[in-house]
Every structure is written in structure tokens, then in C-alpha cells.
Write a protein that binds this ligand. Structure first.
Ligand code: 5AD
Ligand code: FES
Length: 360
């Protein structure tokens, strides 16, 4: 690695120009960068990987994001909404398998019945698991009051990806209306922090029209926003979405993947105490993509525990892996995969973001 690059990292000189340069590293230099990300994680946080059992309980969505396979206007998706019992069963599965915590994710809805339902569910999950299971929500934009209410009912972490921190690119990825407003999204992230959540965000990497400059700005956004957790991964096209037509503008798959690895490593170097997820989208491009992300500095994994008969309908993008497996298969497969890279599951732990406790 050139001494200038090593110098940037050792002095934490995270300017936009430097980050852009680092994101472009490939070959031997990239290998070194990824190794530094992984080493920072091991030195500062250890080799535990925290599990969040992911329940994609409904693909009903009121939004129309241009990249997303379950967007409201996609008539070819069979819509489902799991029963409370099925969700509770998944929660029990996570608890019994020592996953430590659960993520409830669905398409975005904010009608009062939905808000109330989540509220009741949170209370039930908490009481059925003796308060032991941590609960993360990933339910999109909501009012500050709804966020507060769900927090009081037992959720303590929330994921809301900004998707891109560039307002103009954001508007290229979403319809231009009040339901898809960049400023509202920012406000939601602030409301989440104020409500007391460990707050997670993230971006898609390699979206048509996106450049390394955008991604360098994204890294700085996450640092400046004092974010506690991050989930980010390559953009994967879906045929039944408006963004699909921009085929000629697509980043090569491998570039999306390699850039994603650099994003993980750099963020780990910039923010050693946050949680970073090794996302499923990484595995869509490379069969050991999640493992590579962990070796570059990711310390969270989100095994899918959605009942398998519905998984195939939660296709945010095509060729999503693990959509045929049952939750038990994923559990076994994961522990073997972790062992292969010298990591251990952080069983029975919430695996909170240390950054959260420093910032609050
Ligand atoms: N490719 C990759 N990620 C996607 N997401 C949605 N659609 C896609 C896609 N086509 C991501 C978004 C969203 C998260 C739940 O899934 O970043 O926030
Ligand atoms: Fe609804 Fe993406 S458009 S989850």
C-alpha cells in the first residue's frame, strides 16, 4: 500500500476526496484496506457476531420506491401479511435458538390499525420471552409519536436506511411526492434518536447514477449523523421496477460488490464502535459475500426466520438467497460459516452498539 494511503488511515484524515480515493482501491491495496477493517473490529470489539432473527412479516407497502420489488405498483407480487401467531412463533424460535434479538420488518404502512398492531405485538413478544429478546424495528417512516410509542412498548433499535445522502440522487430513486420526501426521511432519523433508539441507517451501493463521490459523502453523513448501526449493500436490480430500464447505466455486479466491501471496511475504520451488518444482498453477488463483509469489519448478521412459505414473496430484488430454506437450515448453515472465518456467534446477547452508549 502506498504510504499516502496508509497515512490517511493512520491519521483518520477522512475528507471526501480521501474517502473517494480509498473506495476505488482494488487488488493488493484493497486487500490491505479490508484487512485493516477486519483487524480494527477484532481489536476493538472482538470476534463475536451478533444475530438478529429477521421476520419479514408483510410485503404490503404504501410506497413506490423505484428500485424495490415490493413497491405498491408492482401488481405481480402476491401480497401477504403474517398472523400475529406466526410472528410470535418466529420470535419464540429466535429466543429458543439464542439469537438474542429480533428484527421486525415489513413494507411501509402508517395507518392507525397498523401502529396499534405493532404496539400490541411488541408487548406480547416482550412478555412471552421474559423481556430477554431485544427487538429492532424496520418499518419505515412514522410520526415521532409512533416512534415514541413503539419504544415504550419494547423496541429499542430501529433501522431506516437513508438509501443515499444526496438529495438529488434520492429524488431519482423515489417518486417526487410528499410520501417520498428526503427531508422527511432525515427528520425521521432525528426523531428516532430523540425517542431513544439505537438508530441504524444505510445506503444502497452501485445504484444507476451513483458515483464514488456520492458514496464518500454517504460515509461522512453516517459519521456526522452519529449513527449507531449500519446496514448497507449492493443494489440488485429487479425486473418489475422502474429503475430496471436503466440497464445500460448499471454498474458491473463485481464493482458493486467490491465497492460495498470497501464501504464496510472504511466505515469500520471511521467508526470502530458501531454495529455493521453483513447484508443478504452481499451474498446475492458472491456466495461468501457476507463472510467477506465480516472479514472487512461487519459484526452483525440477520438470519431470515420468516416462515419459508412466504419468503419467496419478499423479494426486494431478484435472486435473493435463502428464500427456500427453513429457519433451522439457516441457523445451522450460519454457525458453520462463522466458524470457517474464526468468528463466534454472540448467543443470547442483544449485541448493542457501543457507540450508542457513548453518544447518549
Ligand atoms: N437492491 C438492493 N437493496 C434493496 N433494497 C430495496 N430494494 C433493493 C434492491 N433492489 C433495500 C433498501 C431498503 C432495504 C430494506 O432493502 O435499502 O431500505
Ligand atoms: Fe415498499 Fe420498498 S417500496 S418496501
Amino acid at each position: 500500500m502506498k504510504s499516502t494511503i496508509r497515512n490517511i488511515i493512520s491519521t483518520a484524515d477522512w475528507t471526501a476526496e480521501n474517502l473517494e480515493k480509498l473506495l476505488a482501491l482494488r487488488g493488493e491495496e484493497q486487500k490491505e484496506l479490508l484487512g485493516m477493517g477486519g483487524e480494527t473490529l477484532l481489536n476493538k470489539r472482538g470476534n463475536e457476531v451478533y444475530y438478529r432473527g429477521l421476520v419479514e412479516f408483510s410485503n404490503v407497502c404504501t410506497k413506490d420506491c423505484y428500485y424495490c420489488g415490493i413497491r405498491k405498483s408492482n401488481r405481480n407480487t402476491e401480497r401477504y401479511d403474517l398472523s400475529d401467531d406466526a410472528i410470535l412463533e418466529a420470535a419464540r424460535f429466535a429466543h429458543e435458538h439464542k439469537y438474542g434479538s429480533l428484527v421486525l420488518q415489513s413494507g411501509e404502512r402508517d395507518d392507525p390499525a397498523f401502529v396499534e398492531r405493532i404496539d400490541q405485538l411488541l408487548k406480547k413478544i416482550k412478555s412471552e420471552t421474559n423481556g430477554e429478546l431485544g427487538i429492532t424495528l424496520s418499518l419505515g417512516e412514522q410520526s415521532a409519536e409512533t416512534y415514541r410509542r413503539w419504544f415504550e412498548s419494547g423496541a429499542h433499535r430501529y433501522l431506516l436506511r437513508i438509501e443515499t445522502s444526496d438529495e438529488s440522487l434520492y429524488h431519482q430513486l423515489h417518486p417526487n411526492d410528499e410520501k417520498h420526501d428526503f427531508k422527511k426521511r432525515l427528520q425521521c432519523l432525528r426523531d428516532l434518536q430523540k425517542a431513544g433508539y439505537q438508530t441504524g441507517t444505510g445506503v444502497m451501493i452501485g445504484v444507476p447514477g451513483q458515483t464514488l463521490k456520492h458514496l464518500a459523502a454517504d460515509l461522512l453523513f453516517m459519521k456526522n449523523f452519529d449513527i449507531d448501526m449500519v446496514g448497507m449493500g449492493p443494489y440488485i436490480e429487479h425486473e418489475e421496477t422502474p429503475l430496471y430500464v436503466k440497464k445500460n447505466q448499471l454498474w458491473p455486479l463485481q464493482e458493486r460488490f467490491l465497492t460495498s466491501l470497501n464501504m464496510v471496511a472504511l466505515l469500520r475504520l471511521m467508526m470502530p464502535d458501531i454495529n455493521i451488518a453483513a447484508t443478504t444482498a452481499m451474498q446475492t453477488i458472491d456466495p461468501v459475500g457476507r463472510e467477506k463483509a465480516m472479514q472487512a469489519g461487519a459484526n452483525v448478521i440477520m438470519p431470515n426466520i420468516t416462515p419459508s412459505n412466504q419468503r419467496r414473496n419478499y423479494l426486494l430484488y431478484q435472486n435473493k438467497p435463502c428464500t427456500d430454506e427453513g429457519a433451522d437450515d439457516c441457523s445451522n448453515c450460519l454457525s458453520i460459516r462463522l466458524e470457517m472465518i474464526g468468528r463466534v456467534p454472540g448467543y443470547d446477547q442483544w449485541g448493542d452498539s457501543e457507540h450508542f452508549f457513548r453518544r447518549t
